[in-house]
Design a protein. Sequence first.
Length: 182
Amino acid sequence: MITKRHLIIAILLTFSLTATFFMIRPTNSQSGNPEYDPWVDLNDDGVINILDLVKVAIAFGAEGTPINKTALLLELEARIDALNATVMALEGTRHYASTEQQITTGNQITITFPIGMFTDPPHLSVIVYVMTGAYTGKTCYIQSMSVGTASATLDLQAWDGAAYQDIGDSENVQVSYTAVET
Ligand SMILES: [Ca+2]
């Protein structure tokens, strides 16, 4: 609880510090400005002056549990590093690509994943468009899909308006996919 006595002490302290500050300042200006310390800049305005002293004067006599601000800052930095590591780990198991491929016998294409990227078969989201031949521009129907850790094989067909048809060996398709290991 702040008593009148405390308040008077605070005011006196503020005035005496201000007086000292003005007496010291000409000496400092002769030998260069004092170094800026952000921990002393209590109102965070980039200047250490009487307004910072006022903050102390107002709180003069208050008591509580002290905190180590440097330790707090280091703890926050450690948490950010841990979050960054988690994000990097997530990115490490996700692969996106868009490539043009030629259909092989059996209406198949094979997607090859980067070597060593996946330890378990990833979940594959894929869309395929026909690039050449009678079904150019059409979205492929994926009849079946076999996904392994190194590659995935897709059986493709295209809709001709009445039924699904084989696209034809040696025609090209554009494959866009995202592979995610969960
Ligand atoms: Ca300040």
